[in-house]
Design a protein around this ligand. Structure first.
Ligand SMILES: Nc1ncnc2c1ncn2[C@@H]1O[C@H](COP(=O)(O)OP(=O)(O)O)[C@@H](O)[C@H]1O
Ligand SMILES: [Mg+2]
Length: 351
C-alpha cells in the first residue's frame, strides 16, 4: 500500500483510551479523501498526527516517499485549515495570507505576487486590504484556505472547515472547495462528521469507527455497497429488517422478516441471523420482485421528494421510503404495498 500520503499501522493512545487503533490509509497524489465518522472517533487525532502536532505511539507516516513520522510540524510542508479558521484578527486579509511566507523567509518581492495569486484563487482580491474581522464567515473560510495554499504545501489538511457556516453557504463552499482543489491539483484530507458533505466533496471517503477505518471507497460504492451495518447506517438512510435466512443458493438468499419473506443478494447459510436493507429510492409503491405490506406512521415533505416513515413491528426494524411526490390518498395510518428488487436488497450479519 503506497500513496502520496501513506499512514501505516498508526496507533495513538490518550491514557488508557486507544484513539487510533493500528490505522492504515494511502492517499494518491491529487486525491481528495474525507475522513467521515461520529464525534470522538479519532478524525482530528489522525489529522494532528499527519500535521506533526501530535506523535503517534506506533506506526509510520510518509509523504511523497519520505518518512515524516518524527519530523517537526514546521518541516513537513503540510497546510492545515482548522475548524475555527485561526486567522490573526489584527492583520488584514493579505497579511494573513502572507504570514506563512514571511515565516518561511520568503522575501517581499516574491511574496507579493504569490499572495495576489492566492487571493485570486479564492476570489478575494477586492478584499485584500480589509481586516479579517470585517469579513463574513464564508470569506474568512476562503482566507484560511488561501493562507494554507500560499506556501505550496504537498498536502492540505482540513478539519471540519465549514462547520461554523450556515447550510446554504456550506453547500456553496463545498462545491467551490472541490473545484479549487482540483484546479490546484493538491492532495487533500478533509475531516467531517456530515455524510452529505463527504459525499459531495470527496474522491474517496474513509468511514471511521472507534479509531479504525471501517471502509474506504468512492462515494457511489460506499452508498450502494456498504460493507458493514455501521457504514450502511452512517452513510445515507435505508429500510432495515431483521430476520433469519431460510434458504440459500448461489449468491441469493431468502430471509424471513417480521413483514414476510424477502429475497435478497448475499452469501449466508440457512439459519444465519441477518439484517436486510434497501435504500429508500430503490423502494416503490406497489408489487415488485419483493412485496411487503406496511403502514405509514409519519410523512416528511422535503420539497423535491417526500419521505414515508413506516410503522414496523420489530424493535430493530426501520422503514423509510422516498418518493418524488406523495400518492393520492396516502397519509399517516395508510396501509401501503412496497416493492423492490432482490438485487437492491443488501444482507448483513446481525450485529
Ligand atoms: N489531548 C487529548 N487528551 C486526552 N484525550 C484526547 C485528546 N485529544 C483527543 N482526545 C480524545 O480522543 C478521542 C478522539 O478525539 P478526536 O480525534 O478529537 O475525535 P473527532 O475529531 O473524531 O471528533 C476523544 O474521545 C477525545 O476525547
Ligand atoms: Mg474533530
Amino acid at each position: 500500500m503506497r500513496g502520496h500520503l501513506t499512514v501505516a499501522g498508526v496507533t495513538r493512545r490518550f491514557g488508557a483510551a486507544v484513539v487510533l487503533d493500528d490505522l492504515s490509509i494511502a492517499v494518491a497524489q491529487g486525491e481528495f479523501v474525507s475522513l467521515l465518522g461520529p464525534s470522538g472517533c479519532g478524525k482530528t487525532t489522525l489529522l494532528r498526527c499527519v500535521a506533526g502536532l501530535l506523535q503517534p505511539d506506533a506506526g509510520r507516516i510518509s509523504v511523497a516517499g519520505t518518512e515524516i513520522t518524527r519530523l517537526p510540524a514546521h518541516k513537513r510542508n503540510v497546510g492545515v485549515v482548522f475548524q475555527n479558521y485561526a486567522l490573526f484578527p489584527h492583520l488584514t486579509v493579505a497579511e494573513n495570507i502572507g504570514f506563512g511566507l514571511r515565516a518561511q523567509g520568503v522575501g517581499r518581492a516574491e511574496a507579493a505576487p504569490r499572495v495576489a495569486e492566492a487571493l485570486a484563487l479564492v476570489r478575494m482580491t477586492e478584499h485584500a486590504a480589509k481586516p479579517v474581522t470585517a469579513l463574513s464567515g464564508g470569506q474568512q473560510q476562503r482566507v484560511a484556505v488561501a493562507r494554507a495554499l500560499v506556501v505550496r504545501p504537498s498536502l492540505l489538511l482540513l478539519d471540519e472547515p465549514f462547520s461554523a457556516l450556515d447550510r446554504k453557504l456550506r453547500e456553496i463552499m463545498q462545491v467551490e472547495l472541490k473545484h479549487l482543489l482540483r484546479e490546484v491539483g493538491i492532495t487533500a484530507i478533509f475531516v467531517t462528521h456530515d455524510q452529505e458533505e463527504a459525499l459531495v466533496v470527496s474522491d474517496r471517503i474513509a468511514v471511521m469507527n472507534a479509531g479504525r477505518i471501517e471502509q474506504l471507497a468512492d462515494p457511489a460504492t460506499l452508498y450502494s455497497r456498504p460493507e458493514t451495518l455501521y457504514v450502511l447506517d452512517f452513510v445515507g438512510q435505508s429500510t432495515r429488517l431483521a430476520g433469519r435466512v431460510t434458504a440459500a443458493s448461489a449468491g441469493a438468499v431468502e430471509v424471513r422478516t417480521a413483514l414476510g419473506a424477502v429475497r435478497a443478494s448475499g452469501h449466508f447459510a440457512p439459519g444465519s441471523a441477518v439484517v436486510v436493507a434497501v435504500r429508500p429510492e430503490a423502494v416503490t409503491l406497489g408489487h415488485g420482485e419483493n412485496t411487503l405490506e406496511a403502514r405509514v406512521r409519519e410523512i416528511s415533505f422535503l420539497g423535491s421528494r417526500t419521505q414515508l416513515h413506516l410503522g414496523l413491528a420489530d424493535e430493530g426494524d426501520r422503514g423509510m421510503v422516498e418518493l418524488p411526490r406523495l400518492p393520492e390518498g396516502v397519509g399517516p395510518g395508510s396501509a401501503v404495498t412496497l416493492g423492490f428488487r432482490a438485487a437492491d436488497a443488501m444482507v448483513f450479519p446481525a450485529s
